[in-house]
Design a protein around this ligand. Sequence first.
Ligand code: NDP
Length: 270
Amino acid sequence: MAAAETSGTVAAPGRWSLHGKMALVTGGTRGIGRAVVEELAALGAAVHTCSRNEAELGERLKEWEARGFRVTISVCDLSARDQRERLIGDVADRFGGKLDILVNNVGTNIRKPTTEYSADEYSFLMATNLESAYHLCQLGHPLLKASGSGSIVFISSVAGIVALFSGTIYAMTKGAMNQLTKNLACEWAKDNIRTNCVAPGYILTSLSEGILANKEFEGSVKSRTPLRRVGEPAEISSLVAFLCMPGSTYITGQTIAVDGGMTVNGLYPS
Ligand code: NDP
């Protein structure tokens, strides 16, 4: 797989760079997705991103252009099948029918006991967190194959690795993503497409700020985390970038937790 990219010494040109790469990062206006857009762009990639909020996308775009990043945008609700198809059409047009990197970042949560979820909430979470990523992989496959060294990175969660006390639908979507990572790594290796997954612990973003504002909850998270703090989006984007680089071309099918040691500690307070 992409042997030409990895040959040579540590100093081989391009080994730690994303120059010339073309990337789609979903949900790039805030939190982890924003950090990934900026990390990949700073390392030389041309990046396309999307979200549902046109005004916020426009603001981000101005900031990125001011920093010299090569980023383009689409307004898109990834929970809708036709909008996913349109997004990949935009990407194919922009990148000439090729895509080197697909980061499936979009995801959300509704925290409540299992007995209280409605059928609509179930469908919404499944469509947003899992079906969207699955379908984007299907749609993106010909583009990633055409790249000759494609890399897919899913953003799942520690909630897909260990069991928490609420959020069963979220946990199922993330657990399924971890398994999908392994299956696609096997199925698409022949197409020179690698597939890996980054599973964050608690990271301070607009998704988590509400729950982390509860000081008791935040204290319990920190007490279960050996590093005694929540993470920053940039601590996720660095690993995502590595998984897309020529320096990682023998890594595929892996789910890597970035959680301050939370899962290796078995989530026990200490
Ligand atoms: P945020 O809510 O901060 O950001 C989510 C981004 O995705 C925004 O840009 C948002 O824009 C976009 N988005 C959400 N829904 C859609 C949609 N249907 N269509 C298109 N864009 C959408 O989330 P985080 O950065 O915290 O989370 C990113 C990923 O990381 C998620 O998959 C999450 O499950 C995972 N994760 C997060 C953790 C955390 O503690 N923060 C922990 C573990 C995993 P807009 O709403 O305007 O569309």
